[in-house]
Design a protein around this ligand. Sequence first.
Ligand SMILES: [Fe+2]
Length: 141
Amino acid sequence: MLGAAEVAIPIWDEKLSTGIEEIDIQHKELIKRIDELKKSIYGGNSRNEVKKMMDFLGSYVMEHFDAEEKLMTQADYPDISKHREEHKKFKKLYSDLVIEYDKRGGDYYFALDIHKQLIAWFTKHLLEIDAAYVPFLEKKF
Ligand SMILES: [Fe+2]
């Protein structure tokens, strides 16, 4: 398993690969979006990108998490309930962000805030939580 010192997010690195094409494509898209958000913060035009990110996460969390959970079910992954709990935590974080976004709008500070939270959450999730299912799914797919 990769350590925090080797964290590659927000740049895709082969070390992040799960070996499952569908999942890797979705992870790459997420990392690309987080990077676009970062660039927009530096570029001073984050408002648009925040809106895009909020819309993207709304469908992404549903579709990507569902795709992973389906594969874990098919592979009889023993830690699926723990993994599902993590996904639920993100769904909760996302719904909190939606409330915040509706109140504040996508200002610069909100952009900085969600960027920081997405990096923190997905760094841990991709490198630890998702990485844990790789050996099990590799055997099945
Ligand atoms: Fe996951």
